[in-house]
Structure formats: C-alpha cells, structure tokens
Design a protein around this ligand. Structure first.
Ligand code: ITT
Length: 200
C-alpha cells in the first residue's frame, strides 16, 4: 500500500519508515510531494494527529499516516505535552527545546524527575474517511541533568527509559523502535489495520 507520512520531522520520518519498510508499505514523506505540516490547532494528541493525516490525504489523494507526540513531565504538571515541538517557542530547534527543559528542571531532585513520551498515530484512507484508525503508545522514563548520546532526536539525550541506564539517544535505532511510544503506537495501528482489511 502506498501511504503518505504526514510529518516534517526528520527523526519521526526515519523511525516510521524503518518500522514500515520491512512490511512492504510504499511510504512517501509528505515533503517529497510539496506538502507541509498544517498549523497544529488541536487541543490533544488525537486531534492534532487526525488533522495532520486528513490534511496530507487531501493534498495527496493518498492514504495518510500522521504522528502527534510529545513528552509529559510530572514536575512540570505534564508540560510541555502537545507543545513539545514548540516548547522554547515557535520554530524552536530540538536543542533549544532540550536546553529549556534542562533549565526548567534544574533543582528538581532525583526521584521527582519522572516523564513519559506519548504518541498518537492516525491513519486515514481518504481526507474525509469517516472511520480513521487511531493508536496510542506511551514510554515511561526519567530525565537526567546532562545530555548523553547522539541517536534519536528531540529530548532523547536526557530521557532514560524505565529499566535502562542508557538514554534513548544511546539506544540503537532498532532498539528504540522496539521500546518507544512510536513503535508501540505503530504496532497497534498495524494490528487494527490488519483486522480492518484482512489480507492487506
Ligand atoms: P510533525 O508535526 O511535522 O510531525 P513535529 O515535530 O511538529 O513534526 P509534534 O507536533 O508531534 O511533531 O511534536 C513532537 C515533539 O515531541 C518533537 O518535536 C519532540 O520534541 C518530541 N518528541 C516526540 N517523540 C519523540 C521522540 O521519540 N524522541 C524525542 N523527542 C520526541
């Protein structure tokens, strides 16, 4: 099946493409079709994932898959959540967002640094698909005070997954995909897709 990946985030695209390629999906990143991410005006991961998927499906006339994700930090009352990509301001880089997180978390003691990544993936067959498929994944961990590792993207250099002593940026890509919020959401989506269209 040919499907548009409705994301402009290189880190996400790399991870989603690696998960989908072995399954025989012909994945096209939206930017190769000249499609950009629309303003994320929703008030939830679900709303934003759905609006991005519908937008790319409308612009491409192809089935489309979008990911809305972010990190929720207990000591920050769940922030930045859906605003994770723009935590340090509209158009902020991963590094700027990570530096802001380190500033906000300065002085928060060990034992109170719990955080979790959330991911919702939306799949639509057409822009006005009345039965979108939605899937969610969560990845629990804690935040450290000094970035470590060169893999992944976003907040990965300061995120230690529960049960590990390496950061998400120190995991190899396949290991991250096997554990992550995005990997969990995508596997759940694929199961639903199989059940909706047996034989696909
Ligand atoms: P698209 O909307 O174009 O897909 P985006 O980066 O704006 O790209 P989101 O609005 O979903 O996407 O924001 C996701 C942000 O959450 C991302 O920029 C990171 O800051 C953070 N994030 C999500 N998943 C992550 C992961 O696996 N590792 C590190 N940071 C992650």
């Amino acid at each position: 099946m040919r499907v548009v990946l409705a994301s402009s985030n290189k880190g996400k695209l790399r991870e989603l493409a690696a998960l989908l390629a072995p399954l025989g999906y012909d994945v096209v990143a939206q930017n190769t079709l000249g499609i950009e991410t629309p303003p994320e005006t929703g008030d939830s991961f679900i709303a934003n994932a759905l609006l991005k998927a519908r937008y790319a499906a409308a612009a491409s006339s192809l089935p489309s898959l979008a990911d809305d994700s972010g990190i929720e930090v207990d000591a920050l009352d769940g922030r930045p959540g859906i605003y994770s990509a723009r935590y340090a301001g509209e158009g902020a880089s991963d590094d700027e967002n990570l530096r802001k997180m380190l500033r906000e978390m300065a002085g928060v003691p060990e034992g109170k640094r719990m955080a979790r990544y959330q991911c919702v993936i939306a799949f639509v067959r057409t822009a006005d698909d009345p039965h979108p498929i939605l899937a969610a994944g969560v990845w629990e961990g804690t935040l450290i005070t000094e970035p470590r590792g060169l893999g992944g993207f976003g907040y990965d250099p300061i995120f230690i997954p529960s049960g590990f002593d390496r950061t998400a940026a120190e995991l190899d890509p396949a290991e991250k995909n096997s554990l992550s919020h995005r990997g969990k959401a995508l596997r759940s989506l694929l199961t639903q897709l199989q059940n909706a269209c047996p034989g696909s």
